[in-house]
Design a binder for this molecule. Structure first.
Ligand code: C2O
Ligand code: CU
Ligand code: CU
Length: 479
């Protein structure tokens, strides 16, 4: 019964030491459930329907939620690389949505950004041809000005790009057993059990910060894992919360993949920062059968803004318990992963600079007044294309973010982090990325291999959804 005392001690406490306002559960531990897996690697067809639902998160009253094919969030889609998959996306909601494939390297015409709204009752059927390597991507709505709300309501899910070779790589690959897909989100609830989407004073700056953790849409669940090596595909699907993840007994997390694919070899980390939009895959060895909890330190942005109750100290994200009867296929850590780390040379690349700005009410009179965030001083304008990139070009982008940390994301491309604040990138940013948390400045090297026209340009933006909705976004064509 050592599991009970350990988990009981963490899961049952609402007030976690040093972090009184962010708890996981007051209820008895329940088993974490994965989203249903829609494996389209042979059918080459996926069907998504955005719909309304009611979800029981806690207590006894259900919350109004949205989801794809289910009441809240969407299924995990698995698509094969080297193939074309037809997606059929129906909108059964009362307002326009879009479905952006975040992390897919595809042309603007099927990217699902703000220029490709799906009207209520309409169906969008993009043909998605994948040529990129194995990776964990995701999909979410991307209507300008409504992305934060639509994602909070539940319009998001994970998308795995697979080449079917994970067994040969000796990577855990049994969905929901030793290969766990974990959508990490924070929410707040009203007294009658509805999701509270309201934004307080400090959140005008930081973006929405909840006080309750949801993993795969569940509160207070425990992940049950086999006695062996387990793969965690982590997605930060929160609007604004940045997590600094660690395991409660400080055992290493072996980083095997970043946003856009596998590394060449695992990197052992005891702490991993994950910002909204980012994905990281880690292996954790549970062969000692000890129960551990994935924990996080406070959001560094919240601390900086001096938001109310936020003090130093951690809060639990997800407890694990080992069940020895589950099949443990992998018991050793792989050494070579077959992926790569980018090492291109930036010397001939065209250089662009972007500063992520928060212009609180000053001097922005020439644009809609609700656009308080901007890039290079200009809030996002649907009708204005910021620049064109030559198809096939390699560009160096320097992103600066001084006031607070911002996760910067580019559509339609993956990039190399050349440096962070003039230093070599930290270990977790040495793989292929499409989103990077910028704290000061980051230098990126990006190859643009997919076209995007004026009708459906690519976006670049901060992935704090309230910042993106508030204007910290731009758009470009490739061709
Ligand atoms: Cu995940 Cu432009 O977004
Ligand atoms: Cu994206
Ligand atoms: Cu931001």
């Amino acid at each position: 019964m050592k599991r009970r005392t350990l988990l009981g001690g963490i899961a049952a406490s609402t007030a976690v030491v040093g972090f009184p306002n962010l708890s996981i559960s007051q209820e008895a531990p329940k088993r974490l459930v994965m989203a249903p897996l829609v494996d389209a690697t042979t059918t080459r067809r996926v069907r998504l329907e955005a719909q309304k639902g009611r979800t029981l998160f806690k207590g006894s009253s259900r919350a109004d939620t949205w989801g794809f094919n289910q009441p809240f969030l969407g299924p995990t889609l698995r698509m094969a690389t080297g193939q074309t998959t037809v997606a059929e996306v129906k909108n059964s909601l009362d307002e326009a949505i879009s479905v952006h494939w975040h992390g897919l390297l595809v042309p603007g015409s099927v990217d699902g950004g703000p220029h490709q709204p799906i009207a209520p009752q309409a169906t969008w059927t993009p043909e998605i041809t994948l040529t990129q390597p194995t990776a964990t991507a995701w999909y979410h709505s991307h209507i300008h000005g409504a992305t934060a709300k639509q994602v909070q309501m539940g319009l998001a899910g994970v998308l795995q790009i697979s080449d079917g070779q994970d067994d040969a790589r000796e990577l855990p690959s049994t969905y929901g057993v030793d290969d766990l897909t974990l959508v990490i989100q924070d929410r707040r609830f009203t007294r009658n059990g509805q999701m509270d989407l309201s934004i307080g004073m400090a959140e005008q700056m930081t973006g929405f910060l909840g006080d309750t953790m949801l993993i795969n849409g569940q509160i207070g669940a425990t992940a049950v894992v086999p006695r062996g090596v387990v793969r965690l595909r982590l997605l930060n699907g929160s609007n604004a919360r940045i997590y600094t993840l660690a395991l409660s007994d400080n055992r290493p997390m072996h980083l095997v993949a970043t946003d856009s694919g596998l590394l060449d070899q695992p990197i052992a980390l005891t702490s991993l920062r994950i910002a909204p939009g980012e994905r990281y895959e880690v292996l954790v060895d549970f062969s000692d059968e000890r129960a551990v909890t994935l924990v996080s330190a406070q959001n560094p942005n919240a601390g900086m803004m001096g938001g109310g109750n936020q003090r130093a100290g951690g809060f639990p994200v997800l407890p694990f318990s080992v069940e020895a009867s589950l099949p443990a296929r992998i018991t050793r850590l792989p050494t070579a992963l077959g992926g790569s780390r980018p090492t291109a040379d930036a010397s001939n690349a065209k250089w662009r600079r972007f500063s992520l700005d928060m212009s609180m009410g000053m001097g922005m009179m020439f644009r809609p007044s609700d656009q308080r965030f901007s890039i290079n001083g200009a809030p996002f304008d649907m009708k204005h294309i910021d620049f064109n990139v030559d198809l096939g070009a390699m560009e160096r982008w320097t992103i600066s973010a001084d006031m607070m940390m911002h996760p910067f994301h580019v559509h339609g491309a993956m990039f190399q982090v050349l440096s962070e604040n003039g230093q070599p990138p930290q270990a977790q940013n040495t793989g292929w990325k499409d989103t990077v948390l910028v704290h000061g400045s980051a230098d990126l090297l990006i190859k643009f291999d997919h076209p995007a026209s004026k009708q459906a340009p690519f976006m670049y933006h901060c992935h704090i959804l309230e910042h993106e909705d508030g204007g910290m976004m731009g758009q470009f064509t490739v061709g």
